[in-house]
Design a protein around this ligand. Structure first.
Ligand code: COA
Length: 157
């Protein structure tokens, strides 16, 4: 039987997550940054895990900050060979449900205008454009600021 599960990341996941981040964003050595995220009390990383027979594989992750009545989505990534199988959607939905249960009333994130895949994912989850940050990214591309109102029922992860 196969199933997709979501759980909190631990230090033991860092190498796998760094590899996925490298594949998805082309970053070199994101290990230390991810380790720093795990040490921050306001940061949470959830991983998606594909279970098939006796095998378990981490397929992606989502990194968020819980601050006041908001949850900020910093990164969401699915390893290329697992993309387009609904893993990021499940990760986002479960994370937003967890955040709502933890008191968050809205979710915010930045996205590149050129990132059609991520924009489609976020739009399907109710995110709407509320602003634009000029030359936000290192390469000079602007960022779109998106927000979603959270009204999902509380649920433990
Ligand atoms: C964006 C990303 C996280 C999507 O992950 P995923 O697991 O493949 O996404 P899902 O399978 O859950 O797709 C959910 C929806 O997103 C949209 N989507 C995902 N990939 C898409 C693509 N290549 N083109 C267009 N829409 C896409 C679709 O609306 C899709 O729903 P559908 O399959 O019913 O049409 C993945 O492409 C990725 O890791 N990209 C590189 C990192 C990145 O850009 N992250 C976002 C910025 S932090």
């Amino acid at each position: 039987m196969s199933a997709l599960r979501i759980r909190r990341a631990t230090v033991a996941d860092l190498e796998t997550l760094a590899a996925i981040e490298g594949q998805c964003f082309g970053r070199h050595d994101p290990h230390d940054q991810l380790a720093a995220e795990l040490s921050r009390s306001w940061a949470v990383i959830f991983v998606t895990e594909w279970h098939e027979a006796a095998a378990v594989e981490v397929t992606g992750f989502i990194n968020v900050w819980r601050v006041a009545d908001e949850v900020e989505v910093l990164f969401v990534a699915t390893a290329p060979r697992f993309q387009r199988r609904g893993h990021a959607r499940i990760a986002m939905q479960e994370t937003l449900r967890w955040a709502a249960g933890d008191g968050a009333r809205s979710a915010v994130l930045e996205v590149r205008p050129s990132n059609a895949a991520a924009r489609a994912l976020y739009a399907s989850l109710g995110f709407v454009e509320v602003g634009r940050r000029d030359r936000y990214y290192d390469d000079g591309e602007d960022a779109l600021l998106l927000r979603a109102t959270l009204d999902a029922p509380a649920r433990e992860l």
